[in-house]
Design a protein around this ligand. Structure first.
Ligand SMILES: NC(=O)c1ccc[n+]([C@@H]2O[C@H](COP(=O)([O-])OP(=O)(O)OC[C@H]3O[C@@H](n4cnc5c(N)ncnc54)[C@H](O)[C@@H]3O)[C@@H](O)[C@H]2O)c1
Ligand SMILES: [Zn+2]
Length: 361
């Protein structure tokens, strides 16, 4: 078990990463002294695979446990689900000291975190992420949200958990497509911050796809540290430092939206977005070609998409122009300087963007 302290000025917390630590969460919660009545928000698949281990561990440590379920899928990240959950919690929460456990992937994490932030103007919560993407990305950084019909994550807050508890053993029940999805973000961390880590992932991708416990623990731990470093430097996204996390996301988000959020998973769209961003970096002659080839090669080996298929270029470009990362209509891209280093570049010419998108078709 390894601990990564997140040293925020207000509300510091730890990320704990380990293989088979789910049953030990109760011990940590006791020392945090956040209450005795746990409300677990989860979904049926996660409960089926891992609920028993978590719940029996908590009960053994003296907690009472209430489980609330939402259906799997992004549609549960809605205002309607959030308010339904708050009503269920209010009905249960009499003469109790409740706290919330977000037990699932990024959908459950964002939703349960939002509920924790809003219910009674904030009750304590902990993140127990069970997808690779959630362990390396969404559970870290305190961004919680639900979607509105007008767009994703439009109602949200910064609200820090009391602990992030990442048990890599929970990942063994994930479908391969979800492992690949998380690996896209892990490759991104290598590109934006750490060439050696990139090389580790490139050298161990087969083990990672096979859910080798040591390899998984290593990449979750290392990625969590990279994300921690970025969010601690720019907790509320006011200094522009967090923007490096958006490598591949400008085009990636547009590809996701153009596919109506059901054609590509997030990581798949981000993999395509990274290919496009890398191509722009090459066109601008700001990055060695060899580094771009290494990136494309590892994405292909992992089995992430190589070509943009099934979505229209005109839709991608239209969604991109509405990106909230663009300031006053001027586009901004995180581009590669080399493996391990990226730069924020404004005002990339539309021609260059078109060429880069076409290079991935
Ligand atoms: N808050 C942030 O900073 C942040 C960052 C990135 C992404 N996100 C959000 O995260 C969400 C995507 O998260 P995700 O990729 O984890 O998807 P997800 O939460 O939908 O989970 C993917 C699927 O895996 C299943 N699942 C989860 N754990 C499992 C397990 N251990 N075994 C078997 N099946 C399991 C789920 O039931 C679901 O069907 C999006 O809503 C995105 O906006 C948030
Ligand atoms: Zn992402």
């Amino acid at each position: 078990m390894k601990t990564i302290p997140v040293r925020l000025k207000i509300d510091p917390y730890d990320i704990v990463v380990g293989n088979g630590i789910l049953s030990k969460l109760g011990g940590r919660l006791k020392s945090l002294n956040i209450g005795t009545n746990a409300v677990i928000i989860t979904n049926p698949a996660v409960k089926k695979h891992h609920g028993k281990v978590l719940i029996s561990g908590l009960e053994r440590d003296g907690f009472s446990v209430k489980v609330l379920e939402v259906p799997a899928g992004e549609r549960s990240k809605s205002a309607k689900s959030a308010f339904r959950l708050m009503e269920q919690i209010a009905r249960y929460d009499q003469l109790k000291k409740i706290f919330i456990i977000a037990f699932g992937g990024g959908v459950v994490g964002d939703l349960a975190g939002y509920v924790a932030a809003a219910y009674k103007r904030g009750v304590p919560y902990v993140q127990v992420p069970t997808t690779l993407l959630a362990q390396v990305d969404s559970a870290i950084g305190g961004k919680v949200a639900v979607d509105l019909p007008f767009g994703k994550n439009l109602a949200g807050a910064f609200y820090q958990p009391k602990v992030v508890w990442s048990d890599t053993a929970t990942l063994t029940t994930l479908p391969q497509r979800q492992i690949r999805n998380g690996l896209a973000e892990i490759v991104k961390y290598g590109v934006i911050a750490d060439k050696e880590f990139f090389q580790y992932v490139a050298g161990n991708y087969k083990k990672l796809l096979d859910c080798d416990p040591r390899a998984l623990e290593h990449v979750v731990w290392h990625s969590s540290r990279i994300k921690r470093d970025v969010v601690v430097a720019d907790e509320r996204e006011t200094k522009g430092l967090r923007s490096i996390l958006n490598f591949g996301h400008t085009i990636g988000h547009a590809i996701e939206a153009a596919g109506k959020y059901n054609h590509y998973h997030h990581g798949e769209a981000i993999a395509l977005g990274m290919r496009v961003a890398a191509d722009i970096s090459c066109q601008k002659k700001m990055c060695p070609k060899h580094d771009v080839e290494s990136l494309n090669e590892i994405l292909s080996r992992i089995g992430l998409p190589q070509r943009i298929e099934g979505v229209k270029t005109s839709d991608i470009l239209r969604f991109m122009r509405h990106d909230k990362k663009f300031l006053a209509g001027r586009n901004r891209f995180v581009l590669m300087a080399r493996l391990g280093k990226v730069r924020l570049v404004e005002g990339v010419s539309p021609d260059m963007i078109h060429r880069a998108v076409r290079s991935c078709q």
